[in-house]
Design a protein around this ligand. Sequence first.
Ligand SMILES: CC(C)(COP(=O)(O)OP(=O)(O)OC[C@H]1O[C@@H](n2cnc3c(N)ncnc32)[C@H](O)[C@@H]1OP(=O)(O)O)[C@@H](O)C(=O)NCCC(=O)NCCS
Length: 175
Amino acid sequence: MHLETSRLRLREMTTADLPPLRAILQDDEAMSAYEGAFDEAMTLSWLDGMQRRYREDGFGLWAVDLRSTGAMIGQCGLTTQRIMDAEVLEVGYLFNRAHWHRGYAVEAARAAQRYAFAELGADRLWAQVRDTNIASMNVAIRLGMTVRGRFTKHYRGVDMPHLAFAVDRGDAEPH
Ligand SMILES: CC(C)(COP(=O)(O)OP(=O)(O)OC[C@H]1O[C@@H](n2cnc3c(N)ncnc32)[C@H](O)[C@@H]1OP(=O)(O)O)[C@@H](O)C(=O)NCCC(=O)NCCS
């Protein structure tokens, strides 16, 4: 799997990506929607889980590299998730804080969205967003998503109200 946008390249993560992955997953601010920084064991298990998804599903959250430098600055991609009692396809995005506010999340997520509709033949793409995560909501809105429902996730011992955003294939803007 290999996707390119004007500034970014999306590809599968490997263990060589652990240093930039730690810079995201072990950062309290980047992980505030996930109730704070992961420790090393959670980081290794996250990468392991993504690699299992690549093998079993053919997709997962991919590494996002800056084409200009080759540096990995984030993760973005597709995962299957259970949202409001249904198995659905979700777009996810997490970026290194040093690279926020430059449009990278929307650029990468649009590439993942195109892949979901064009290559996987999905009819609908979802994003589950914690109700405190305005940045993530704005990315979902940029993808043409609207709010389809609300639900509570129980994660790391905390009840987290979430909004379920989604966009249907025909309604996604052409990019
Ligand atoms: C959510 C996240 C990926 C956004 O990344 P980003 O590269 O800064 O996003 P973009 O630059 O593409 O911005 C997308 C839109 O969101 C807006 N936005 C970005 N950060 C914002 C913030 N903190 N508050 C409000 N709006 C914000 C931008 O203004 C932009 O809207 P616009 O097109 O109307 O200007 C980033 O904040 C992040 O990694 N957060 C931590 C991980 C996370 O919570 N992921 C989502 C889990 S559901």
